[in-house]
Design a protein around this ligand. Sequence first.
Ligand SMILES: [Zn+2]
Length: 310
Amino acid sequence: MSHTVAVDIGGTHIRVAVYEPDSIIPIAHHRTRSLANEPGVYARLEKAIETVWPQSHVKAIGIACPGPLDPHTGTILATPNIPEWQNFPLTSKLSEHFGVSAHLDNDANMAGLAEWQFGAGKGHQDVVYLTISTGIGGGVISNGCLLQGFRGMGGELGHMLIDPNGPLCGCGQRGHIESFSSGPSIARYVKEELLAGEKSSLQGEAVITATQIADAARAGDELAVSAFERAGHYLGIAVANYLAIFDPSILIFGGGVSQVGELLFKPFEESLRKHTFHPHYLDGLVVTRAALGDDAGLLGALALARMKSV
Ligand SMILES: [Zn+2]
């Protein structure tokens, strides 16, 4: 029986799991701290995989990792989360060490792939997955295929340009959707408005997070409500663009910020309706929450390894 090994590399933890064919319940699982800013991340990764490596045959290793990276060559280009890995040939090192093929893609693409194969997007052929948390990431399934692109940099939905004069994005450019609607961007807007003299129950808080803003909004704080209205408004513009390009049958939202619910999604849906160039895009369009939670990266890596090693 051929097993598949899946790896999810995050800023705080490395997770590794082993799966039997056709199963998404791991027969072994290991989690270790990635200590991403300290030397030796690769050695820790290798050791974590060895911890769960089964006696029986392994078909392939699949890896979800923060980008930017090149899934075609299996190289990590320069992920800010793991400073030690610059142009790091991750899959060839793992292949050489473990003697099986290894396949890599970025964590948002992998979460999108997992939601399509095993989660909220099952049965659909055209899926747009968006995760909204400290950043915004995306994954696209088009006509039943994971969209990777010529350089493997397709589906970077968080860096959709909304306003070239907009706020600074995590990537260093201005006005991408991430700079309007991610958790830190919502918090930054509230802080700026407070500095400009807006009144709010959040006044005087040393640190303001999207969670606090959501609590304040539910208690009726006008500035907090308007912060989510603004984020939802811009999100609607971004998604109107995605509809025009990908024409999906389902939109899947993951990430902590999308847990706030109506605060974000009501203004989002209004904005989407307003900015979509043809109402037919909205006919039967399913808008739903991600189903796989923290396991999405791992299950995406599993799906990728199975897909690539058939
Ligand atoms: Zn950006």
